[in-house]
Design a protein around this ligand. Structure first.
Ligand code: BMA
Length: 851
């Protein structure tokens, strides 16, 4: 039996209502009543007489759009004309009814999550809150102000930009905010940094209700508490120690019960005399033969629901439940010859992290729905990814996001929301961040998916390497240390010691320069920002690559959504508004012409840009996996988009998968066959993320473009578990091409079925262009759509299927097709579609068609 220990935090949020007046009185009715305050809102520009209907949760941009008062912010160059919104003050108001029953509650609170950002809240004309942090939860005791019948809740949102300008005018230096596309106010404001502009995102400095909704909470007695559990874990049994934190206002005897709702057993109980104030109760219990939570690809994502009850005088006083997963977690950093390792070990298994960087999937987070999160995260899961980095320039995501990641086995590298800036270090700012960190660590620590807390994105390396320390006072670094080596690790160590804290990404925890690759995590941008060839990826030997990336354009349907027909050239002013990187188009062009001839038209250019991106990232991802265990992570930049744009994403704003997302499924497959040329030799590596050895057959063919095999090798191999190694080597002379279009096709079969295939070209495409292939589809109807069987007369690269004007998805795309082999692809239609319509709308192209 393998033993290992870890801490597990349950972090239940308890609401406990001990009876105060008479302990013999049995409480009546439910312990708490929750009233949503999402209805009947209206909004106006401060000072204007006219109110318009508003949607909550929502924000001022989406409300203006719904009232047809502005153009679609994502259409054409609307962004330019909508900047006034962020510099305007806004008011929201609703009237809600309070029942007599609610008023009978001893304590009533107003609760806000995600108030965005400088918000003064008035209840029946009395100011009850002045909020200044989009990431915090706010609670206001309000019983004294409520009256039976109609009550008025009014919120005044002050412009997040104007708020900061007077403060900045008093400071002698400017805190850098390299992505802020305006007055550089963002470092001073606890609001999603990307909304101020980024190199893939528009500047929409909105106000409103962010990710949460207001509600009022009535309790017999309002007391809040936190709850956490420590677990010493063993594979055969899980020893859990639950810490319950109860805030009480009166002294009372209570019993706390912990239920395992999976099998409906009471697993622990304890009597306690609650004293006024915070009470911490620790309850221990054991779960035998626990079903563990595993990352995607390594096992099931078992979860447990625990509930805690507080009983007073034999009656239920309050109850709350939470769903979590049992797993151990270690960030292993061991000295070795090359520096220090950096690997996540889950349930004793070192896990190679495969995935990408996640940005908020909408410029207006309140527009996100559980379904949209689900669709995106399902694509992440289907691409064999097991980790996303929730990047520090965005938001702490909604509960839905983390729930779905728990369910799909997607580990989360969680940054705190700081990126590419330096920050103030005054006490008020630090206290505000401390409260934000406490709220979010408590909210999120039950999620087994979260495996690390990280202070910020790139601020440490920026200080050292972006010229900032040359012109800014040393105080700026001192302030940095207070935040990222003080406040944040303190909160994590207190509330969530089961998870590692890492100060910045990239970082070496100040042991070395963050740009060193000897330890810690690495961002590598020599390819793209440095314009180095894709082959430069193979010269990087980091310990954990948390960022690298390359841009592409979205497909034509997405571009059609924001342009007029005459604007569909990459240099049109509208297309440039949707390309935020100043050298973006130039770099794409430059790299494209290194590999390919110039594409024949705009649509072909979009398609080739996606193939280029996918091929480039494939070089890096395969290399990073081949050098396992030296390197144990590959997170490319970036998975998703917050609006329709040319960017580094592999899934566009509308959820359309780019070539890279399909490639990722192949280069992240649990067994990867990856040929590599070096010093006149070609090595055929197999990388396995499986925990057991696998019998397989390796097949290697030198082929010409008609599919004729010129040379062939076969070898039975035993693929070692959790390893990368070369199983077959051959000299380039022995495998040399006879013509410019000859190539190597290799495949790994397990039980006769291909699990990974790959190809090796001897020339860039432009030097040995494949002749156009004739691809023949045969289409049959299926229950949800169509099956397309494809055959070709010549080798066809990056076969791309699309269906005009039709919602739906293909099971695979951007794949190679060999003569003599059929590939079957399924199309899942989103609406009704006849076989004839589908036939007519289906478009097929391969790389040779683009020139
Ligand atoms: C990385 C990220 C982002 C940025 C991306 C592309 O460094 O952290 O700040 O969008 O590069 O430039």
């Amino acid at each position: 039996m393998k033993r290992f220990k870890s801490l597990l935090m349950l972090g239940l949020l308890f609401v406990v209502a001990p009876a105060i007046r008479s302990q013999s009185t049995r409480p009546v009715g439910p312990p708490k009543t929750r009233v949503s305050l999402n209805d009947s809102w209206k909004f106006r520009r401060t000072g204007s007489a006219e109110w318009r209907p508003a949607t909550v949760p929502g924000c001022v941009h989406t409300d203006l759009l719904k009232n047809k008062m502005i153009a679609d912010p994502f259409y054409r160059d609307s962004e330019k004309t909508l900047q006034w919104i962020g510099k305007t003050n806004w008011e929201y108001q609703t009237t809600f009814d309070v029942s007599d029953q609610l008023l009978k509650r001893e304590n009533i609170e107003l609760v806000f999550d995600g108030l965005d950002t400088y918000a003064e809240v008035f209840l029946n004309d009395t100011r009850v809150l002045d909020a200044n942090n989009m990431f915090r939860s706010w609670r206001v005791a309000c019983k004294a102000l409520l009256r039976p019948g109609a009550n008025v809740l009014r919120i005044r949102f002050r412009s997040p930009i104007n708020e900061v300008l007077p403060l900045m005018a008093k400071i002698t230096y400017q805190l850098p905010a390299s992505n802020d596309a305006g007055e550089q106010t963002s470092p001073y404001t606890r609001k999603a940094p990307y909304q101020f502009g980024w190199d893939w995102g528009p500047r929409f400095v909105t106000s409103g209700f962010g990710t949460g909704s207001p509600r009022s909470l009535g309790r017999r007695e309002a007391q809040r508490s936190a709850h956490r559990a420590k677990a010493s874990r063993y594979r055969s049994s899980a020893d859990l120690a639950v810490e319950v934190e109860v805030v009480a206002t009166n002294s009372v005897n209570a019993t706390i019960l912990i239920d395992n709702l999976n099998d409906k057993t009471v697993v622990a109980q304890q009597k306690i005399n609650l004293r006024p104030g915070t009470n911490i109760v620790s309850l221990g219990f054991v779960i035998r033969q626990p079903s563990l939570w595993w990352p995607n690809g390594l096992g099931a994502q078992s979860r447990y629901t625990f509930s805690a009850r507080v009983m007073i005088n034999g009656a239920l006083s309050d109850q709350i439940s939470t769903r979590t997963g049992l797993r151990s977690l270690q960030l292993r950093q061991e000295q070795d010859q090359s520096g220090k390792s950096f690997e996540f070990v889950i349930n004793g298994v070192p896990v190679f992290a495969k995935g990408g960087n996640w940005i908020p999937a909408d410029s207006f987070p309140s527009s996100m729905t559980r379904q949209r999160y689900h669709d995106l995260l399902q694509s992440v899961h289907d691409a064999n990814m097991n980790m996303l980095r929730a990047w520090g320039g965005g938001i702490y995501e909604s509960d839905d996001f983390y729930d779905i990641c728990d369910e799909l086995g997607i580990m989360i590298w969680q940054d705190f929301m700081f990126g590419c800036s330096m920050y103030p270090g005054d006490q008020e700012f630090l206290d505000n961040v401390r409260a934000e960190a406490i709220d979010n660590v408590k909210r999120l620590r039950n999620h087994p998916s979260i495996v690390i807390w990280v202070g910020n994105n790139e601020s440490e390396t920026a200080w050292l390497h972006w010229g900032w320390r040359d012109h800014l006072p040393a105080k700026v670094w001192d302030d940095y240390e207070k935040l990222f080596h003080g406040v944040l690790p303190e909160v994590c160590a207190t509330l969530d010691p089961s998870r590692p804290y890492w100060p910045s990404s990239p970082s070496k925890n100040l042991e070395e320069d963050p740009e060193s690759q000897r330890m810690g995590d690495t961002h590598y941008w020599g390819v793209w920002h440095g314009a180095l060839p894709f082959s430069a990826y193979e010269k990087q030997f980091p310990r954990f690559m948390s960022e690298y990336g390359f841009q592409s354009f979205p497909q034509i349907e997405t571009i059609n959504s924001y342009t007029l027909p005459e604007e569909r050239v990459i240099t049109s002013p509208v297309m440039l508004v949707h390309q935020k990187h100043p050298r973006g188009n130039q770099l794409i062009n430059e790299y494209m012409l290194r590999e390919y001839p110039a594409p024949k038209d705009f649509e072909s250019f979009l398609y080739v840009s996606q193939v280029l991106q996918a091929e480039g990232i494939k070089v890096a991802a395969e290399h990073l996996r081949r050098i396992r265990p030296h390197n144990m992570g590959s997170l490319y930049w970036q998975i998703d988009d917050c609006w329709p744009v040319a960017s580094w994403s592999s899934i566009d704003y509308f959820g359309r998968l780019k070539a890279l997302q399909y490639y990722a499924r192949r280069f992240y497959s649990d067994i990867l066959l990856s040929p590599h040329e070096e010093n006149g030799m070609i090595d055929f590596y197999v990388v396995s993320d499986r925990t057991t050895a696998t019998h397989a057959q390796l097949q290697i063919s030198l082929m010409d473009h008609t599919g004729h095999t010129l040379k062939r090798f076969e070898k039975d191999i035993e693929v070692a578990a959790l390893q990368s190694k070369s199983y077959f080597s051959i000299s380039e002379n022995e495998l040399s091409p006879r013509s410019r279009t000859d190539f190597v096709f290799c495949e790994l079969l397990v039980d006769g079925k291909p699990v990974s295939s790959n190809k090796l070209f001897f020339q860039p495409f432009k030097n040995g262009p494949m002749p156009t292939a004739q691809i023949t589809p045969s289409i049959t109807r299926t229950r949800n759509g169509f099956k397309i069987a494809l055959a070709t007369d010549r080798f066809a690269r990056d076969v791309y299927l699309s269906v005009e004007d039709t919602g739906g998805s293909f099971s695979d795309n951007y794949f190679d097709l060999l003569p003599g082999r059929r590939i079957e692809v399924e199309f899942h239609a989103r609406g009704p579609l006849t076989l004839n319509e589908f036939r007519r709308r289906l478009k097929l192209r391969s790389l040779a068609d683009a020139f």
